[in-house]
Write a protein that binds this ligand. Structure first.
Ligand SMILES: NC(=O)c1ccc[n+]([C@@H]2O[C@H](COP(=O)([O-])OP(=O)(O)OC[C@H]3O[C@@H](n4cnc5c(N)ncnc54)[C@H](OP(=O)(O)O)[C@@H]3O)[C@@H](O)[C@H]2O)c1
Length: 301
């Protein structure tokens, strides 16, 4: 596989993928300004011209609360565009790799969700991502859909950076403590994607690996636990006072699952990928920020 088309290359995961996939072949990394995935003519033209072996779709509408009032826009990016990419991949015999979310589940399950558990999204964002999954499964025989959760890292818009920004501005604030999930460093998702693409070269029977995979760090935490761990890792000498909030007290626009922990057994069994614990991953991410002096939100570089 020599040619990879990457969409959404300016997003937090797309940025990591553009760097991590490099050794696998020629990566055509397209930010939204280069390729709007809702522009069908543009997508068809780029795919026809580049003839990629693999399409990696990191483009998404990810504003979970805003999606409640912009469901049509969310559907265009998260469902219609994936369908188009799936159709184009199918015409070429290419693989489509795509990312979905823990928010396809309603959170009522007590244990970690498996891939064959019934989705029941609570939000417009979750519905749009589920519709994207279904469109891909229907249209592309060679597809891998990775459900990821609570993505963070040293760049991009994410919870870790929001916490550091808040911590730089305020001495005390509240964080939701009754939703459980698995914080996942986007670098590890990008690296797992690269490993999987490497293995696709030798997959004799694509249909046997095609499907949905959960791909998150192991263990689980509440947003409150995660925030505490972020300040322990990044600002041990100056941490704000964190107050646990209930979901009702925080009163976000979109409803979120109380439990969105995902079981990773399938990706381990099919591709041998073992994700580290979320705490170990966070320590690595913080080490990277220190080693490369990544500018902190709210601080001068
Ligand atoms: N972030 C999380 O915690 C999380 C959790 C679960 C699943 N996921 C999934 O993981 C994947 C990656 O998410 P992320 O955190 O990297 O999201 P992100 O940082 O918001 O990146 C998404 C990228 O897609 C781009 N985009 C939006 N509309 C587009 C369009 N019409 N054409 C082309 N590009 C477009 C965005 O550009 P603009 O910035 O210009 O809009 C942005 O660069 C997504 O599928 C997301 O649903 C994320």
């Amino acid at each position: 596989m020599n040619s990879i088309l990457l969409t959404g290359a300016d997003g937090q995961l797309g940025w990591e993928l553009a760097r991590t996939l490099g050794p696998l072949g020629e990566v055509h990394a397209c930010a939204r300004t280069h390729l709007d995935v809702t522009n069908a003519d543009a997508v068809r033209e780029v795919v026809a011209r580049l003839k990629p072996d693999v399409i990696v779709n990191a483009a998404a509408y990810t504003a979970v609360d805003r999606a409640e009032s912009e469901e049509v826009s969310a559907m265009l990016v998260n469902a219609r565009a994936p369908r188009l990419l799936a159709e184009e991949a199918e015409k070429l015999g290419a693989w489509l790799l795509h990312y979905s979310t823990d928010y396809v589940f309603d959170g009522a399950k007590r244990a970690a969700y498996r891939e064959d558990d019934e989705p029941n999204p609570l939000s417009a964002y979750g519905r749009s991502k589920l519709a994207g999954e279904q469109a891909i499964v229907a249209a592309a025989s060679r597809h891998l859909i990775f459900r990821v959760s609570w993505l963070y890292g040293n760049h991009g818009n994410n919870f870790l950076r929001s916490m550091l920004e808040l911590g730089a501005a305020r001495d005390a604030f509240g964080v939701v403590a009754d939703q459980q999930g698995a914080p996942t460093w986007h670098r590890l998702v990008a690296e797992a994607t690269a490993i999987v693409i490497g293995q696709l070269r030798s997959a004799a029977h694509p249909r046997s690996v095609s499907g949905i995979y959960h791909l998150t760090c192991s263990g689980h935490a509440s947003w409150f636990d995660f925030a505490q761990a972020i300040f322990d890792a990044y600002e041990p000498s100056r941490r704000p006072t964190l107050m646990p909030l209930t979901t009702e007290q925080y009163a976000a626009t979109a409803q979120r699952p109380r439990n969105s922990v995902l079981a990773n057994d399938k990706i381990r069994a099919k591709f041998g990928i073992v994700m580290p614990s979320w705490r170990d991953a966070l320590a690595l991410c913080a080490n990277e920020a220190r080693a490369f002096a990544v500018p902190r939100p709210g601080r001068r570089a």
